[in-house]
Design a protein around this ligand. Structure first.
Ligand code: PBG
Length: 331
């Protein structure tokens, strides 16, 4: 007497069968599109290390936002590249700067697109670090944590006033979630959502973004504030701190080398978890696809599915508009 042979292949025989037992599906609403805003009109500056992505003047940012929404994408995140940078990053909270202008223009043209604004000073400082610099007790140049907090809060309040639904601090200063939450609440922005880049590693995969945002540090690197890629327990610590300080959404960044971290953070908090499929991850696939080495559509959807399967509710990806169209074609 023997048991019948187990045959998992029965469930994979046809497209229809596969579709009724599929565990994870990418939907356009899972995807958040990053956009790079600059000043001017009709200006499009392609980013060589990110094929298909460009710095755009506000009118063209609006057009991209519209196209994303038409493809089914429900959210976008704005980054700004100012005309002038200084040691404090003061352009970050300029109400006439590219981010505030883009927020108002997109809210006007595409009112039901959820809009996030990245809150960091590295695009706005002339030295490229995420806050003003100081010397520590040993004389080393460091980002001054507590001096950075009010500046970040000021930028977050400016974005909230310009219409951001979400502010997303990506600087990795200690205590910034609490400082920003307090400033938002004091300024009547109690409905503005705080999406924290809570678990952000010092990653080589941000290289192309730094071309895009012109934010490569002139000296040194970000390892004194971003996390060591080797650490998982520290990810829990960072996430729990930000939950305690009032974050509404917790992000893990990058995504691909950190799928275990995404799944750990999924179990650490009941807040929604976002994952950033960063520039280097995007560019690797683009480069391989352009060489004919991989099939872009399948590779991108496989990556996004993996990130969602690991536990992400929301995925920030430069492929958002394309991927939204591709999944609609599959359906
Ligand atoms: C700003 C910021 C960075 C990214 C998002 N916000 C770069 C960095 O920390 O150097 C990276 C995004 C990407 O690589 O796609 N601090």
């Amino acid at each position: 007497m023997s048991f019948p042979q187990s045959r998992p292949r029965r469930l994979r025989r046809t497209a229809a069968l596969r579709s009724i037992v599929r565990e994870t599906r990418i939907e356009p609403s899972d995807l958040m599109l990053p956009l790079f805003a600059i000043s001017g009109k009709g200006v499009k500056k392609p980013i060589p290390s990110m094929p298909g992505v460009a710095q755009l003047s506000v009118d063209l940012v609006v057009a991209e936002a519209k196209a994303a929404r038409e493809a089914g994408v429900r959210s976008a995140i704005l980054f700004g590249i100012p005309d002038a940078k200084d040691a404090q990053g003061t352009a970050a909270w300029d109400p006439q700067g590219p981010v505030c202008t883009a927020l108002r223009a997109i809210k006007d043209a595409v009112p039901d697109l959820v809009l996030a604004a990245d809150v960091c000073l590295c695009e706005y400082t002339d030295h490229g670090h995420c806050g003003p610099l100081a010397r520590d007790a040993q004389g080393h140049v460091v980002v001054a944590n507590d001096q950075t907090l009010p500046l970040l809060a000021r930028a977050a309040v400016a974005y909230a006033k310009a219409g951001a639904d979400i502010v997303a601090p990506s600087d990795m200063m200690d205590g910034r979630v609490g400082a920003i939450r307090r400033a938002l609440d004091e300024n009547g922005a109690t409905d503005v959502i705080l999406m924290s880049y809570a678990v952000k590693y010092a990653s080589a995969f941000y290289g192309p973004f730094r071309d895009a945002a012109q934010s490569t540090p002139k000296e040194g690197d970000r390892r004194g504030y971003q996390m060591d890629p080797s650490n998982l327990r520290e990810a829990r610590r960072e996430a729990l701190l930000d939950v305690g300080e009032g974050a509404d959404l917790i992000m893990v960044k990058p995504a691909l080398a950190y799928l275990d971290v995404i799944s750990e953070i999924r179990r650490t908090t009941d807040l929604p978890v976002a994952a950033y499929n960063v520039s280097g991850e995007y560019s690797m696939l683009k480069a391989a696809a352009q060489n004919g080495w991989i099939e872009e559509r399948r590779a991108v959807l496989e990556v996004l599915t993996g990130i969602k399967r690991a536990g992400a509710d929301l995925i920030l990806t430069y492929s958002a508009t394309d991927a939204a169209k591709w999944v609609a074609d599959l359906a």
